[in-house]
Design a protein around this ligand. Structure first.
Ligand code: EPZ
Length: 444
């Protein structure tokens, strides 16, 4: 049994198909970045469709520590961010947020532009790999920043105005691309970014920056060009809905043999997921306001699957889908190419009766960065196997949601520890579960 955390326990009575509707809010992987972008402006910004999740709360507090007023707007889920008086935050206060999230690294560019210096505490985020920040630091140095790594965190300074530069990322990193965008928009001259990430959340962030007055062009073959401007205003923006949460509920519908309408899900942001969902044997119907996902009956089909950067199969979709693949007939082969350590969660699924074997080899396709290195980043899932209840400790956000799906589709009552971790990225998931007819009980 993995080491227990001070936790929050949920009893999950399995075997009930999820039925009904849930509504999405803005994307967890866009909203906090759009909030940080407000720091770059000299006028207030309005962000709509903001989810009530921990990552948003953490960034709100960090912005307030830097003098940004963050207040609710008229509309539910609306935030007003006013950067009129940006100040250097008290380092101890910032440090208090160390380890809570990865977002603080994106404060670098905006704070260097506004204050000429910045302090970034140690970063957190899901334990799904080493998650280094070398690309970020290399990029910031290329813009002309001085980076001083100290035990308590990063001290950055910009003796002169940051200058546009040429960046060629070793891997199309989402975070490093956002770093270049949030720094390049106010840098002197032109920045050319090659091998950029082009996830829908990146394009939505570019839309936010363009509303503020930025000049950013997205070319084919992952090239983004930014022409620096001297001043940015505010924005009014409705955040794109969360395609990662949409896929999680779709997998829950499939694994529990249920039928869930996901209001706010957008086909254009999850085409690759929909193809895989149909190939496995799931059914979906795209409407004007959302997408309905259901299990049409009959056996699910095994398949070979490789995660990749957009427009490939998103790594954050694989953990929830794996639970459904334990119910598919045949051998599914999964090759995780984005994170070197994102298959540890399968151990708990095996304790529930799933048959999953992990491998260090790049199974199923393109050799990746982790091949021939000591990472268990491929899996063979043999199904169908009946899942039975177990005691589970949530390891990370998507692994946690996949445990909920497994417990909901298993026979018996599972005890799930550490559910508060799911609040980091899923708004009101307990309320949504109850609304879909799940039989769950919180244990104080
Ligand atoms: C973002 O993380 C998302 N998080 C992740 O979602 C998502 O899995 C990931 O992008 C990929 O799509 C947020 O947006 C908050 P990366 P990020 O930089 O930006 C390596 C979820 O569950 N790398 O694209 O941290 C890195 O180790 C989360 O919602 C370096 O080596 O991801 C990884 O192997 C989990 N050096 C790969 O690149 C660097 O400096 C992709 O990381 C930066 C990254």
């Amino acid at each position: 049994m993995p080491e227990r955390t001070a936790d929050d326990v949920l009893l999950v009575h399995g075997g009930v198909p999820l039925q009904g509707e849930i509504a999405l809010r803005g994307a967890k992987n866009l909203v906090p970045k759009a909030m940080v972008a407000a720091l770059l402006g000299h006028e207030p910004s309005r962000l709509l469709n903001v989810p009530d999740i921990d990552d948003v709360h953490i960034v709100s507090r960090l912005l307030q520590l830097h003098g940004v007023s963050v207040t609710p707007g008229e509309e539910p889920g609306e935030l007003v961010l006013d950067p009129a008086s940006v100040v250097q935050a008290n380092i101890a206060d910032v440090d208090a947020h160390a380890g809570a999230s990865r977002i603080p690294i994106l404060f670098c560019g905006p704070l260097l532009h506004r204050l000429g210096h910045a302090f970034i505490p140690d970063l957190g985020g899901c334990r799904i790999g080493d998650r280094p920040i070398d690309f970020h630091l290399d990029v910031l140095r290329q813009f002309g920043a001085e980076v001083d790594k100290r035990p308590q965190g990063l001290y950055l300074s910009a003796p002169e105005r940051l200058r546009g530069t040429k960046v060629d990322l070793p891997f199309p990193s989402v975070g490093a691309t956002e770093q270049v965008l949030l720094t390049g928009v106010l840098a002197e001259g032109v920045t050319e970014l090659r091998n950029a990430a082009i996830e829908p959340e990146i394009i939505d962030l570019i839309a936010v920056l363009q509303k503020m007055g930025a000049i950013i062009t997205v070319h084919t073959d992952r090239v983004i060009r930014i022409t620096g401007v001297d001043r940015l205003g505010g924005y009014r923006h409705r955040a794109m809905s969360d395609r990662l949460e949409a896929a999680s509920w779709a997998c829950a519908a499939l694994a529990t043999q249920g039928d869930v309408y996901v209001r706010g899900a957008e086909q254009k942001d999850m085409m690759t997921f929909l193809n895989v969902f149909r190939t496995v044997g799931g059914a979906f119907d795209v409407g004007d306001e959302g997408i309905r996902f259901w299990h049409p009956g009959g056996a699910l089909r095994a398949l070979p699957l490789e995660t990749d950067v957009h427009p490939g199969f998103q790594t954050d979709w694989q953990q929830p889908l794996v639970v459904a693949l334990t119910q598919a007939t045949g051998l599914s082969i999964l090759h995780e190419t984005v994170y070197e350590n994102r298959l540890g969660f399968t151990e708990a699924l095996a304790s529930m009766g799933a048959t999953i074997q992990l491998y260090r080899e790049c199974l199923g396709g393109t050799p990746c960065r982790f091949g021939q290195r000591n990472f268990l980043h491929s899996a063979v899932i043999s199904g169908p196997t009946k899942l039975h209840a177990a005691e589970l400790v949530i390891p990370d956000l998507r692994g946690g949601f996949s445990y909920l799906i497994a417990a909901l589709s298993a026979q018996g009552t599972s005890v799930v520890h550490g559910i508060e971790l799911i609040n980091r990225g899923y708004e009101d998931f307990l309320g949504k579960l109850a609304g879909l007819g799940a039989r769950v009980e919180r244990v104080a």
